[in-house]
Design a protein around this ligand. Sequence first.
Ligand SMILES: Cc1cc2nc3c(=O)[nH]c(=O)nc-3n(C[C@H](O)[C@H](O)[C@H](O)COP(=O)(O)OP(=O)(O)OC[C@H]3O[C@@H](n4cnc5c(N)ncnc54)[C@H](O)[C@@H]3O)c2cc1C
Length: 594
Amino acid sequence: MLAPNITGGNQTFSFVVIGGGTAGITIASRLAEDPSVTVALVEAGSFYELTDPPISSTPFGDIAGVGTSLSDVNLDIDWGIVTTPQLGLAGRSLHYARGKDLGGSSGRNFMIYQRPTKQALQIWADEVGDDSYKWDNFLPYFKKSVEFTPPNTKLRAANSTVQFNPSAFSSSGAPLHVSYPNYAQPWSSYAPDALNEIGINPTEDFNSGSLLGAQYASMTIDPNGEVKASSQETFLTAAKNRTNLKVFQLTMAKKILFDSQNHATGVQVAINGLKPFVLMASKEVILSAGVFQSPQILMVSGIGPKATLAGFGISVIVDNPNVGQNMWDHVFASSTYQIGVDSVSRLINDPAYAAAELAAYEANATGPLTNPGADFLAWEKIPSDLRQNFSQSIHQDLSFFPSDWPEIEYLMIPGFLGNFSAPDEDQPSMGNYGTISAAVVSPLSRGNVTISSADTNDLPIVSPNWLTHPADRALIIAGFKRARQLSATKSLQNVITGPEIFPGSQFGTDEEIFQSIAEFSMTIWHASCTCKMGKIDDPSAVIDSVGQVIGVKGLRVADSSSFPLLPPGHPQSVVYALAEKISDDIKLAHSLKF
Ligand SMILES: Cc1cc2nc3c(=O)[nH]c(=O)nc-3n(C[C@H](O)[C@H](O)[C@H](O)COP(=O)(O)OP(=O)(O)OC[C@H]3O[C@@H](n4cnc5c(N)ncnc54)[C@H](O)[C@@H]3O)c2cc1C
């Protein structure tokens, strides 16, 4: 199925999918279910498993190369994107990890699988004028991808009981594995009682349309061997015998080609050492290059803000100033303590322990290497005592978010985070550490992405504008204070062995807390919405509700850039569900086999 790198001549397929990431692999493999069509999948990277085996396949291996430091980058599997200096983060420029591999960011992510809330999807449906995105109608697409495996209670510690809702999954769902790690973080086992003490109660699960409350998160982990379940490990493996799906790995999409009627006819691609060639699409081109590169590829192909395109000598096909705008993202702030139970810090600093645990993982799929890190989550609206000092306009702005949309997510992280410059190298050389992170999941700051040249070999310019909206600043300060309240609970004081070691009690007032947040906080890598979906007459839209690019024919965008808004929480479940839905839309439009 993998195209040998020497087949560099023009070729014709029914569909050409750009980007072999989370959405792209899902769509390509679904379209290839109909043997009467042919599908080309174009991916700039290759197999992430080839770098640093076996760690790169383990859930624990997610922390490699994701730091904010410009040197914590593995260019074999990461694009090396660095943001512009961020006003809201003390002028810092941060490495923004993004998968460049078969699997895309699903091959690099932290594996948390959780779905949005019902009211968040209602807003999505209303904004795009399409009831298919309402919870009840969209739920079948979440279920379609997922093969769910309940927690292994024989292997998990007795104090890590998971609640879940079996009816959130379908027995026919496949091939994306969603399960729970065989090892639960000891730090997390203290969280349920501690959260209860500050008024956050347990909830049954995070996959049934509500989030407020606390629970262990389900994860994209393949229980057969406890390996990371990326789109490549699941969808692409399941499609391996489909000869009508041809994967062009290590192949860069250069631009989308159009005929005189503005119909997308194919994609110009380049493989190192070969002359550029064209993959013609007799039916459609599907763009799934992710939140930064889908808008980049639209722009270099002539769809975007006229002045920007003109500046790089690109002929304008559609003048749409919204391409690359409207970026939503989540940022988090953290408070760290030395703790009296094992954590990731020990795995990194104690070679004998690490060797024994690697052996246990390889022999029995047990131990801390089966765990991605943040396995216990909680969600809330900031309680009234901490929002009393919010200004009237902040209250007004936050009223956009409905009652089931949390403002803050808390993550129990079993290690030292610091400024997250390089998490595996940043662990202090002695001791175990536990962190409580608070992420703003109702953000109002909006970023953007634009091009630096007419060539996709040059990285796009990414400006997330994090924490530039006053409401986001108020929320992250309040969330950080709640994290400190949590650390002071009787339950957590049973495991915390000293004072806050990062950022430290010298950051006490709101101003000081925000100063530390600006200096140390970072993204949780959820950037979305840069090719915004909307009603056909929405002046801010780039695509319609079935992903078709407004103003041209034969071209859709389907990935995290397509979201009209970023629902609360971790977005991969939405990327997979959207990819399933757009695949069905395409099949319907071309009368393909389902
Ligand atoms: C470190 C990290 C941790 C995360 N943790 C979580 C988590 O725990 N839970 C969660 O839900 N979400 C998480 N996310 C976010 C989630 O993984 C992403 O939102 C999602 O995977 C994005 O999917 P996508 O299809 O939009 O893009 P991607 O999966 O990034 O796919 C885009 C693909 O396009 C390819 N591409 C780009 N340009 C070109 C070109 N010119 N030619 C050819 N190919 C190209 C890329 O190489 C890539 O493979 C995390 C992300 C990161 C980076």
